[in-house]
Design a protein around this ligand. Structure first.
Ligand SMILES: [Zn+2]
Length: 136
């Protein structure tokens, strides 16, 4: 996949969640088909260090995996924010990239204001999260 289709409306809703969670990281699921995102589902950040890390609610993941099997929109990726960081996968993000099929969206929030939003997918050769184009 070279391009992620993520509507301006969805991008704004993701940014708004990330701003509301500042200075903690926000996180949530991205539902859709292939490279076309149709829904964003905000999750509580269950990390015990929410300013530095994120953990999506596993109950939310199970709920949407089940719904996907029953014909609803599938989980195709997730988003999280980097408060006062870069919109780039951290070393921890790369280490926690367990499901190589998922798309990652990362939002930079600086001083409580949303900045860059970028999308990443796992490169087949390196196994590393690599930037993909974001349709705006
Ligand atoms: Zn991160």
């Amino acid at each position: 996949m070279k391009t992620l289709c993520l509507s301006t409306d969805l991008q704004e809703r993701i940014r708004a969640h990330c701003v509301a969670s500042y200075p903690h990281e926000a996180c949530g699921l991205l539902l859709g088909q292939g490279g076309n995102i149709t829904h964003m589902v905000p999750s509580p950040n269950l990390s015990d260090q929410p300013a530095k890390n994120f953990d999506i609610d596993p109950a939310l993941i199970i709920q949407h995996q089940k719904a996907g099997r029953e014909g609803c929109e599938r989980i195709v990726g997730h988003y999280h924010s980097h408060p006062d960081g870069q919109a780039m996968p951290s070393a921890r993000d790369q280490a926690q990239n367990y499901d190589k099929d998922l798309i990652w969206v990362i939002v930079q929030v600086t001083d409580g204001v949303a900045q860059d939003i970028k999308a990443f997918a796992t490169a087949p050769q390196s196994g590393q999260l690599t930037a993909i184009l974001l349709n705006r």
